[in-house]
Ligand binder design. Structure first.
Ligand code: 5GP
Length: 210
């Protein structure tokens, strides 16, 4: 049995970066990290399962959790609330697993303030043009909706320089491999070269300039 205590790994990204796909692939490939299942007040989407993708709760249940101090962090995003319960991370960490928190940037800030042991990875789209294409999706949304999403993504990008690593999600497999390498380096305490390769500030500046 492992005697290592796990650490939380926060993964955030501007919306449209493909964060969920990357996170799911990382957890599927690395047996030492588990996914933190968040609570949310948003309605369940087709194909989602309660207790697997999220714990789907009512606004009243969410409020009670907040009042009871059940959440490490929580935030409102697109009119719905999302939060990471202490329970979602404490048990796996105690078992020696790392825990992946796929959350938005306001929540990441709260984790940074509360958890010295957390690591922070920011995913980036290859370019703003790609981001726009991904946000446009199948073209069914009104242009104001797309413009608002792009604006939100730009604001989310502003938080990126506070993260430990920035990884570009150009090619899914390469991005996943890079995140797995970061996790492995963090476990071994040999992080210097990966941190140097993935400094967020310059990567984000380059993205905004391009
Ligand atoms: P979606 O509704 O598309 O599943 O998620 C919307 C946003 O909420 C995404 O950026 C996602 O990462 C974020 N999110 C999911 N769970 C949590 C959470 O527990 N806390 C916070 N702060 N954000 C979350």
């Amino acid at each position: 049995m492992s005697t290592r205590r796990g650490f939380p790994v926060v993964v955030a990204a501007p919306s449209g970066t493909g964060k969920t796909t990357v996170c799911r692939a990382v957890v599927a490939r690395d047996p030492d990290i588990v996914f933190s299942i968040s609570h949310t007040t948003r309605p369940m989407r087709r194909g989602e399962l309660d207790g697997v993708d999220y714990h789907f709760v009512s606004p009243e249940q969410f409020d009670r959790g907040v009042a009871a101090g059940d959440f490490l962090e929580w935030a409102t995003y697109n009119g719905n609330r999302y939060g990471t319960s202490w329970r979602a991370i404490d048990a796996p960490l105690g078992d020696g697993h790392d825990v992946l928190l796929e959350i938005e940037v306001q929540g990441a800030r709260q984790v940074r303030a509360k958890r010295d042991d957390a690591r922070f990875i920011f995913l980036l789209p290859p370019s703003l043009a790609t981001l726009r294409e991904r946000l446009e999706g199948r073209g069914s949304d009104a242009s104001e909706v797309i413009a608002a999403r792009l604006e939100l993504a730009r604001r989310e990008l502003e938080d990126g320089p506070r993260f430990d690593y920035a990884v570009v999600n150009d090619d899914l497999d390469a991005c996943v491999a890079e995140v797995l390498a970061i996790l492995s380096a963090e476990r071994d305490g040999e992080t210097a070269s990966l941190r140097a390769r993935h400094v967020p500030g310059p990567a984000i500046e380059a993205l905004l300039r391009a």
